[in-house]
Design a protein around this ligand. Sequence first.
Ligand code: PLP
Length: 378
Amino acid sequence: MKSKPKFATKAIKSVENHFEGSEPVSTPIYLSSTYKRKNDGSYTNDFVYSRGDNPNRSIVENSIAQLENAKYAFAFSSGMAAISAVLQSLKAGDHIILPDDIYYAIKKLMEQVFKRWDLTYTLVDMRNIKTVENALKPATSLIWIESPSNPQLKISDIKAISNLAHKNNALCCVDNTWATPVFQNPLELGADIVMHSSTKYFGGHSDVVGGAIVLNNENLAETIKSIQLLNGAVPSPFDCWLIARGIQTLHLRITKQAENAYNLAKYLENHPKIEKVLYPGLESHPQHLLAKEQQKNGYGAMLSVLVKGNLEESFKVSTKLEYFTSATSLGGVESLVEHRKSVEGPDSKTPDNLLRISVGIEHIEDLIADWKQALNNE
Ligand SMILES: *Cc1c(COP(=O)(O)O)cnc(C)c1O
């Protein structure tokens, strides 16, 4: 070019990336929405347009696939977007079997969105395989498992339910958000699809919303990939960067959190003001042995307690806690508590006196002391 660029042109060209080929140890955040095309028409690393793929998303997807020992992972802008992608891979008229205490927004999604697309569902208590079998219809194309379930920590037999699904030409999808791939790999137990809310333990610091679908089947992977691209419910490169950063400490965090959860569950189980503790790591949990078998390395860091008393009294206990912030969500390094029924609304089947606890990485003695003062100070 012969002429010198004018100011407006300089302002654009002077900030172009000149550092290609340098090798930062920590992945930069590639905010670019578009990628340069080479003279032969091809693209470096096949990055064309950020909705389709970008370096930060590619790293997260690759990582999550490896953590679940799977071939494919697809990242979404939220757990709900990931769930929607699975549901959109079905066809109008299909029937789905869902657990009766499924993550409550999924029931709303079925009622408020997918009902119009003629997807029907049956809610069953998945602890009993016979109940699942009885709910099967010729149109059943998907059985959805959440284990441990939210908020009652029910355990479903992933191997048995996957077998049942396959005998009936249906797929089995497991929401593995609570167990994390540190403790449970559903694909190895026979499931076809794993879903994650990366908002929770993957992110781990309550500062990002995201989701993922993980699977091995190539045809299904093509379908999910096209839904991801065309629906466009994709996480931003910054979201992906935060999730990748979180994944680096996932194992350390969840191991400590699960240890704290077990010790807190043990303490609360013996407290006279607690009616019941729901935690699969306790021998008193009715499905402790099944949890031990399929969650090979641990029981997770979520528990629920039934406080002796009514809705108001149990809500009050949650407000007296000082180290457990009263907030929804879970999986961060900080401990949270939530009176679940008042969040889910009047048609919720969650017991009035249930408090859901997400245990963090604080010192266990402080966490126990906090519950002690909250329960004794009424
Ligand atoms: C949070 C959560 C979801 C939904 O994920 P979002 O990231 O909030 O969209 C689904 N399933 C379980 C078990 C969850 O905890």
